[in-house]
Write a protein that binds this ligand. Structure first.
Ligand code: MN
Length: 255
């Protein structure tokens, strides 16, 4: 091989190596984007496939309002147990392939284990994703407008929602939802029920949820449920609640 041929060969080889490296990097970037996209889609649609979503933040992310130990036990023990029991309860039934919202619409037809554990599974994911480490001060203008229109002021809304949580006897949840006419309402459900269930006296699409079971606050707040509820307002993910509101309105429009 003469010198000229050798250098041409080296250039060609170099180009092939460059192409290979470049393509591999491009592929890596593409793969990462896919991973990132699936993370941002880490939302309630995963619930319809009965997926146990990761907690959207670290266990200590909501400190000092919700302490690390409570968060860890709540997610990895309580929530996980509801999920496992839900999966066991629907094994080999039509519910395995049903959207969870369809199950809720017919919850009165299914065993009580399905009612408790599907609720426990769904409500907690909804709750986690409705919070974030540093809360936005206010919801977006559309949601703020609807809240102030319904409850006369934002402070009045907070007061009524907090009251629903405080006065829930025993264990349960406080909810902000919209009904079929698009009207907002505050409601509280016992146990792991939610406003999507056919057994709920007031039915609607949930926008914001607060878990008022003792396991949600007892380690840090002991018997002071009211203090826990007051702290909750610091970690509400208003961007997520605003998104839920707009999606709920869209789903009502498309009926
Ligand atoms: Mn809970």
């Amino acid at each position: 091989m003469n010198k000229k041929k050798l250098s041409v060969t080296l250039i060609v080889l170099g180009f092939i190596v460059f192409q290979f490296t470049f393509n591999t990097q491009a592929q890596d970037i593409a793969n990462n984007q896919t991973i990132n996209n699936s993370n941002t889609q880490n939302n309630l649609s995963a619930l319809n496939k009965h997926v146990f979503n990761p907690l959207p933040y670290a266990y200590d992310a909501l400190e000092p309002y919700i302490d690390k130990q409570t968060m860890e036990i709540h997610y990895s023990k309580h929530h996980k147990a509801y999920y496992d029991n839900f999966m066991n309860a629907i094994k080999g039934t039509e519910m395995e392939t049903m959207d969870i919202t369809e199950i809720f619409k017919n919850i009165s037809k299914y065993p009580v284990a399905v009612r408790n554990n599907s609720g426990g599974y769904y409500n907690h994911t909804f709750f986690w994703e409705g919070m974030k480490p540093k809360s936005d001060i206010m919801p977006n203008s559309k949601l703020t407008e609807a809240i102030t229109k319904t409850f006369s002021s934002f402070e009045e809304f907070k007061k009524q929602f907090s009251e629903a949580g405080k006065t829930r006897f025993g264990s349960g949840w406080a909810w902000l939802s919209i009904d079929n006419e698009g009207n907002m309402f505050i409601y509280s459900t016992p146990n792991q029920d939610n406003p999507l269930m056919d057994i709920s006296e007031k039915k609607g699409i949930p926008l914001l949820a607060l878990d008022v079971w003792e396991h949600a606050y007892y380690l840090k707040y002991q018997n002071k449920r009211a203090d826990y509820i007051e702290a909750f307002w610091n970690v509400v993910n208003w961007a997520e609640v605003s998104k839920r509101y707009e999606n709920a309105l869209k789903s009502l429009d498309s009926r």
